[in-house]
Each structure stands twice: as C-alpha cells, then as structure tokens.
Design a protein around this ligand. Structure first.
Ligand SMILES: NC(=O)c1ccc[n+]([C@@H]2O[C@H](COP(=O)([O-])OP(=O)(O)OC[C@H]3O[C@@H](n4cnc5c(N)ncnc54)[C@H](O)[C@@H]3O)[C@@H](O)[C@H]2O)c1
Length: 403
C-alpha cells in the first residue's frame, strides 16, 4: 500500500477544493447498487438520522435498500429524501456513498469535484479509475483505510469479512450431511463434526466462532503465529507449524517453496480428517495461496464440504470454481462470491456505520466539507483527487495501459 504523497503540499495536506461552510446543506447521495447479486446498500435509516443531524441532506435512490430489507419508507421516516431518477439523485450532490466501485457509465454521471466513497477494487477497475481521474472526481477507497486502532470503526474490510466468515460457516453446515454438535439421543450417540479453518484473519476467526457455537470440534491454522492465541481464545485447536510468516502491517507474506511443502503436508493431514473445511487464506495484492490440491481432495471423507472464501482471488483449493459448486469424489466444493451480500441487512448496517465514522473525518459538525485532507486515514485512502491517481500501484498499472 503506498502513501499518496504526490498531491500533498509542503505542510503534508491535500487541498479539497471546498471553501468550508456554505448556506446550502451538503448533499449526500446513496445510489442503488447495480452490480449483479449485490443486495447491500451503503447507508441505513439509523445512520441517515445521524447524518441529517450533522446538517447533511441525504438523498437515497428509490429501492436502494429493498434488497437489504430497508424499504424506502424507513429512509423517509429517518429524514432522507427518496429520489426516483439517478439524474435527480446526483444533481448537486457533493458526496456519493457506495458499496461497489462505480462503473465507467456511473462515473460519467458524476460532476467534477464529487467525492465518492466506497470499495474501489482499484487495480481491477482501471478504466473506471482513469475516468474518475479525467473527470476530476475524488474517490476514497475503503479498502485502503489503514488497519490502525483509530480507524477500527471505519474498517469496512473487517466488518464485511465478519459477515463473510459467519456465512461461510453456515453454508458449510447447510451442505454437510452430518450434525455439527455431539448429540446423545434415544437413537444413539452422534459424534460431533470436525471443522477446519485455514487462515485465521477476521473472516477465519468469525467462522471459528460460528462453528464452535454450532457445536463442532474446530481446528484452525494460519501462517501468522500470532493468530494462534486468538484461535485458542475461541476454544479451537491451533495447528502449529514451525513457520511465522507475519509481514508488514500484520499481513502474511508469501511462503518459500520449502515452507510451502511443509505447510501442504500438515494441511493435507488436517483436511483428510475434517467434515467441513473453510479456507480464507489471502495475501494482499497476490493470488490466493494454494492450500488444498486435487490429490488432497481425493483423500477427504465422503460427504465432506469445502467452502473456499478465496474463490474470487484464485481459490485456496485447486478444484474451486468461483461462483460455482463442484462435486467430486463425493466431496462438495463451494466457491461463493460476495458472501456479505447474503446477509445484507447486517452487512449493510455495519458498512453504513463504517461510512458514518469515515464521514466524520471529512465533514465537520456544521456539515461543511474539510478544506484540506489532513487526517492520515483520509490521506491513505484517497485514491483519486484533482485529476491524479494517488495510489501508486494503481497509477503504475494505469501508466502501462495503452490509451
Ligand atoms: N484495526 C486493526 O488493528 C486490525 C483490523 C483487522 C485486521 N487486522 C489484522 O490484519 C491482518 C490481516 O487480517 P485479514 O483478515 O484482513 O487477512 P487477509 O484477508 O489478508 O488474510 C486472511 C488470513 O490468511 C492468512 N494466510 C495467508 N497465507 C496463508 C497460508 N499460506 N496459510 C494459512 N493462512 C494464510 C493470513 O495470515 C490472514 O490471517 C491480521 O493480522 C489482522 O489481525 C488488524
């Protein structure tokens, strides 16, 4: 993750182009998410109430919350204006709150100087980023918010990973032909199922907690040794390997070939004794590490289930297909995409609160947009501003793209 220093002045601040308080309230617009399968919405009525108290005018596109079970009437009761056309929604809007990155066509609907906040997935959305640059739109990418203590309340990666981890455990249980808890019944005793979690970051820890609550025996593994304490505190067994691959910012680094071989051996043995395997291993900016080979899948118990949360970034299992369910050797391999969208009510609630905290850095108590982006969280998450792409990896990729 780079520090966007290029647009900073000598004081280390970035002018926003805003002139402080004006008589007219700042308009915050919330469009309906149009990406296929996206059920979430960037704000919820409870947050709208807070934003209107900050003297902001909140406009919500008709039906924006329907998929997450927040109907238009609840937004109206909370003080938002429901707007039917996208043109009316964006007319005069200074801030746009989104979940998914805008498409090129959506960027073309924005006036220069508009501030868009949401997930930007910039390195995979170069065309839209270039368009925001050319239209002088300002974009904050929530995935670039630094993982520092002060930014916890706006850490949308964590809130959505929590939703994904929970949903993965439920999906695993729902596709497993066994009970998860131990049962002592008149019809005999049922042994508890074994759930293995590979990758104990935010999503993995939530999957562990959920599988424990369902009564399973839970084992977990992560290349960061520090994860061991968190795994054990949830009552699960941590599988130890003599590797500690914690790198910058608490993230994992890529393993050496020798380390990978040791890992595969230990993981294979654990996978073979599991009824459900939930994989969440990721390395920022890279393809997901391969943890379960096709040979390992062939050693699994009949009826076992793999839920591969890394499906969208290449998969932790060799046989995963993103967005599909694969049946092989009596094993079910799920490659779900956008799991937070399957629990859209609470995912949206958490995401909206993340955005509320983020907005508090950008807008003062009188509802005026800051004249300078001085806060380190704003500086780190500023992707595009004043005709420049400030995130170095994205900028470098863009410079390699032929016009
Ligand atoms: N505000 C904060 O302080 C804060 C908030 C959230 C997360 N964090 C930290 O950020 C870090 C990343 O969390 P995340 O959930 O975003 O992680 P992530 O989504 O990047 O990766 C998921 C997990 O996969 C693990 N992993 C990578 N390669 C692996 C391999 N080969 N085998 C097994 N596991 C592998 C990683 O160590 C990580 O725990 C963690 O240290 C977490 O505690 C800090």
């Amino acid at each position: 993750m780079s520090t966007p220093i290029d647009a900073q002045d000598e004081k280390g601040t970035i002018p926003t182009g805003s002139k402080g308080s004006t008589a007219m309230p700042v308009v915050v617009a919330v469009p309906k998410e149009l990406a296929p399968g996206e059920q979430r919405v960037a704000t919820v009525p409870e947050v709208v109430q807070k934003l209107t108290k900050l003297c902001l005018e909140v406009r919500v596109e008709h039906d924006a919350g329907t998929g997450a079970y927040y109907p238009d009437e609840l937004f109206t009761a909370a003080g938002a204006k429901i707007v039917t056309s996208r043109t009316d929604l964006l007319d005069g809007a200074r801030i746009v709150l989104r979940v998914q990155p805008p498409t090129v066509a959506e960027v073309d609907q924005l006036a220069g100087g508009t501030i868009v906040i949401g997930f930007m997935n910039a390195t995979n959305n170069l065309e839209a980023v270039a368009r925001m640059r050319d239209r002088r739109v300002t974009a904050f990418a929530l995935e670039l918010v630094p993982r520092i203590t002060r930014a916890q309340s706006m850490d949308a990666l964590s809130s959505q990973a929590t939703a994904a981890g929970y949903t993965a455990a439920i999906l695993g249980a729902g596709n497993c032909p066994k009970f998860l808890p131990m049962l002592t019944t008149a019809a005999g005793t049922i042994r508890p199922a074994t759930v293995l979690i590979l990758g104990a970051g935010v999503a993995g820890l939530m999957a562990i907690a959920t599988a424990k609550r369902l009564g399973a025996i839970v084992e977990a593994y992560d290349v960061r040794r520090a994860a061991g304490e968190q795994v054990r505190s949830l009552g699960a067994k941590f599988l130890e390997l003599e590797i500690d691959a914690e790198s910058q910012g608490g993230y994992a680094r890529e393993l050496t070939p020798e380390e990978k071989a040791k890992e595969q051996q230990m993981v294979s043995a654990a996978v073979a004794r599991a009824d459900i395997v939930i994989t969440t291993a990721a390395i920022p900016g890279r393809k997901a590490p391969l943890l379960i080979t096709r040979e390992t899948v062939a050693t699994m118990r009949l009826g076992a289930v793999i839920v591969d949360l890394a499906a969208e970034s290449g998969g932790n299992c060799e046989l995963t297909q993103a967005g599909k369910t694969v049946h092989v050797h009596g094993i079910t391999i799920l490659g779900p995409q956008n799991l937070p969208s399957r629990v859209p009510f609470h995912s949206s609630q958490m995401y909206a609160k993340n955005l509320q905290s983020f907005l508090a850095l950008l807008v003062d108590k009188e509802g005026a947009i800051a004249e300078e982006f001085t806060d380190e969280i704003l500086v780190a998450s500023l992707l595009v501003h004043a005709g420049e792409v400030l995130h170095r990896p994205t900028r470098e990729l863009l410079s390699g793209v032929k016009p």
